[in-house]
Design a binder for this molecule. Structure first.
Ligand code: F6P
Length: 353
């Protein structure tokens, strides 16, 4: 009986369960056994694994999160945590490899973003074959045209902006809404476009507060006494500063920008930070389909014994690509690209005018 492992690492995102389900449902009928590794690579280090049968993945397709648990503090090469009740810091990759051997795993399917794929790649170099499935709501991996989770996050954000629109209009206010995306502005650009934001502020396009104020004043002059400013969490303040919240994650830049605009123009402003709401709940149909396709591709590669690849969307096709691509480059918004030009053509301002 051939045995394979699967883990989900890094921040969660809607669609992870759809991948797990697709992998299990592909491997089982072909005589394979799937082992779920709990809480990312921590499950390998701590030997926290469980067998996943077809019944274990029943009903999880529409569920957000991951039934396996995830972690972004579980790097076996730089471990910081308890092992058998004793605090340990250092390289425990040998333990991870031993767990895989003990359970007779032919290889593992690693579902995660760039950091997680890098760890999978390093374990593979030490002898544990791996196949990657990319995930992140940020959609910032060069290796794949689209990551699952992104469509869901954009839908949640555009729905929130629609709701902010009605209350902004009633109270003649300027609403600042901050969305995730780490170093890139994909979520802000797509959600802002989908929901008709008036100003979109991105990490890729430096802005000036006076230009944002001019956009708001321009709308007022046309009788529009409210505005929506959609801000990517990675946008930089005018002096180049990025804003972090406790715990080291980005967050709070929209609040700082709103404060500056109030100071500059005496506007009536309110700020909404959408936060982890963007990562929770049920995935959209698009993300479920994409996650399922990626899961099947990864499982088929594992069954064929072709390791060292990443299941990726290229154009309309899901194909295996070299795993090194996944960790190589970040995909950023092109300030002169078609999406930004489309937004500008419809009157969206980016604060650089
Ligand atoms: O990478 C996904 C993401 O949600 C980013 O958009 C965000 O900056 C970050 O993770 C938040 O991480 P955490 O959940 O660790 O606060």
């Amino acid at each position: 009986m051939r045995r394979f492992g699967i883990l989900t690492g890094g921040g969660d995102c809607p669609g992870l369960n759809a991948v797990i389900r697709a992998v299990v449902r592909t491997v089982h009928p072909r005589g394979g056994t799937m082992l779920g590794i709990c809480n990312g690579f921590a499950g390998l280090v701590l030997d926290d694994v469980r067998e996943l049968g077809v019944n274990d993945v029943s009903g999880i397709l529409p569920r957000g999160g991951t039934i396996l648990g995830s972690s972004n503090r579980d790097d076996p090469f730089a471990w910081k945590g308890d092992i058998d009740g004793v605090r340990y810091e250092g390289d425990v990759s040998a333990r991870a490899l031993a767990t895989a051997r003990q359970h007779d795993l032919e290889g593992i399917i690693v579902v995660g973003g760039d950091g997680t794929q890098l760890i999978g790649h390093r374990l593979m170099q030490r002898g544990l074959p791996a196949i990657g499935v990319p995930k992140t709501i940020d959609n910032d991996l060069e290796a794949t045209d689209r990551t699952f989770g992104f469509d869901t996050a954009v839908s949640i954000c555009s729905d929130a902006i629609d709701r902010l629109h009605t209350t902004a209009e009633s109270h003649h206010r300027v609403m600042f809404v901050e969305v995730m995306g780490r170093d890139t502005g994909w979520i802000a650009l797509h959600a802002g476009l989908a929901a008709g934001a008036d100003v979109i502020l991105l990490p890729e396009i430096p802005f000036r507060a006076d230009s944002v104020l001019a956009a708001i004043r321009g709308r007022e002059a046309r009788g529009k006494r409210f505005s929506i400013v959609c801000v990517a969490e990675g946008a930089r303040l005018e002096d180049g500063e990025r804003v972090y919240q406790g715990g080291g994650s980005l967050g709070g830049v929209a609040h700082r920008i709103a404060e500056r605009l109030v100071e500059l123009g005496g506007i009536d402003a309110r700020t909404t930070m959408l936060g982890h709401v963007q990562r929770g709940g049920t995935p959209t149909a698009f993300d479920r389909v994409l996650a399922t396709r990626l899961g099947v591709c990864a499982a088929e590669e594992a069954l064929a014994g072709r390791w060292g690849t990443l299941a990726a969307l290229r154009g309309d096709a899901v194909v295996p690509v070299p795993i090194a691509d996944a960790v190589a480059r970040q995909r950023r918004v092109d300030p002169r690209g078609e999406l930004v030009r489309t937004a500008r053509a419809t009157g969206v301002r980016f604060g650089d005018e």
